[in-house]
Design a binder for this molecule. Structure first.
Ligand SMILES: *Cc1c(COP(=O)(O)O)cnc(C)c1O
Length: 374
């Protein structure tokens, strides 16, 4: 029996009637771009995140780029971000004409090591860009103190953290402004590309609204050089249906993470940690394993689709050689890149499957390295 990394077909089966009705309504209304579905989704998602504004857009990369632009990031500026993230985080910075200044990962959580941020600040720093990777949340209290001390805005990359909490507050409401992705495989995923920016700042929200729709203030009056990064009404209608199920799905992910924790308690693997004031949403369930590549191969042979997030940090990607870092620049992130293994994680995963995956993982580790694997 094959077990995928994520199972979007199982999710669709569980909400098919609601989705089909929502899609049919949009097609019958013939309002395909913007309109009531999009503005309703914006209001509902803002309410969900606990912010005053959500601005729907084309994808998560655009959301981050527009968020960076409206807080003032431009040519010659520096933006401080983790090296261990998906390439889109760095692309958004470079698209603004700015330079990513990278920091290493925290060995406990695998997220941006906040204790390394202050050292990275220079006169050119223009924003801090923490990434709530894996559905975990960056240690925001110390980061916000640093930001306040240096007068820097915080742009959250919340693309993997829909619904995750830091204390009482949700990801996307913690910094100055945030970018979300609704790529299909995310915890809240559209049936195509989509994204959103969230903020409590009225002025920044208005600026993002301008940018995403050709900078227009009237039908053919363009106040700014904007772009086309609008959300389809079909995606908005689908996201409105799925938002109603998000808390239940996130709770199911936490349950599956607990099952893995229990099954792997005595296994020679190290789980990436979560701090006590964080309620994570387990976009991914990541363990570190010494002989990762051999283990991954064995799991795949048994039909278990584990993943790697990510096999190379930004500073070792060919496109980012120009930043001037190299092997050894960020040893914690490099170790995660070598050892991280994302186990199948989705709300419909059965307990028996979690047990089978855990057993296969333990036996694969024993097979490749004896008990020396941690
Ligand atoms: C998915 C993702 C993005 C980009 O989102 P797209 O919608 O694919 O453009 C950005 N950052 C992180 C951490 C992501 O996982």
């Amino acid at each position: 029996m094959a077990i995928p990394l994520v199972d979007l077909k199982a999710q669709y089966r569980s909400i098919k009637d609601e989705i089909d009705a929502a899609v049919r309504d949009v097609i019958e209304s013939a309002a395909f771009i913007g309109g009531e579905q999009v503005s309703s989704f914006e209001a509902e998602f803002a309410g969900y995140c606990g912010v005053s504004h959500a601005i729907a857009c084309g994808n998560g990369t655009d959301a981050l780029e527009m968020a960076l632009k409206v807080v003032g990031v431009g040519a010659g500026d520096e933006v401080i971000m983790p090296t261990m993230t998906f390439a889109a985080t760095a692309e958004a910075v470079v698209a603004c004409g700015a330079r990513p200044v990278l920091v290493d990962s925290d060995p406990f959580t695998g997220l941006m090591d906040v204790s390394k941020v202050e050292n990275a600040i220079t006169a050119k720093s223009r924003a801090l860009l923490p990434v709530h990777l894996y559905g975990n949340v960056v240690d925001m209290d110390p980061l916000m103190s640093i930001a306040a001390r240096h007068g820097l805005p915080i742009v959250e990359d919340a693309a993997q953290a829909h619904g995750a909490c830091y204390g009482e507050k949700r990801a996307g409401s913690l910094g100055t402004i945030a970018g979300f992705s609704f790529y299909p495989g995310k915890n809240l995923g559209a049936y195509g590309d989509a994204g959103a920016v969230t903020t409590n700042d009225d002025h920044l929200a208005a600026e993002v609204r301008l940018l995403r729709d050709h900078g227009r203030v009237g039908k053919y009056v363009h106040a700014k050089i904007g772009r086309n990064s609008r959300m389809d009404a079909l995606q908005a209608a689908i996201l409105r249906v799925k938002l109603r199920h998000l808390d239940r799905w996130n709770e199911a992910r936490r349950q599956r993470a607990q099952w893995y924790d229990r099954e792997l308690a005595s296994a020679p693997v190290q789980r990436l940690g979560v701090k006590p004031n964080v309620e994570p949403v387990y976009h991914l369930y990541v363990v570190k394993v010494r002989c990762r590549d051999a283990v991954l191969k064995v799991l795949r042979e048994r039909g278990i689709s584990a993943g790697i997030h990510y096999p190379a940090p930004i500073h070792l990607q060919p496109a980012y050689e120009f930043l001037g870092y190299g092997v050894g620049s960020f040893p914690v992130a490099e170790e995660i890149a070598r050892e991280a293994l994302s186990l199948p994680m989705y709300p419909e995963l059965a307990e028996s499957q979690v047990c089978a995956i855990s057993e296969a993982l333990c036996s694969a580790i024993r097979g490749c390295q004896g008990t020396d694997a941690l």
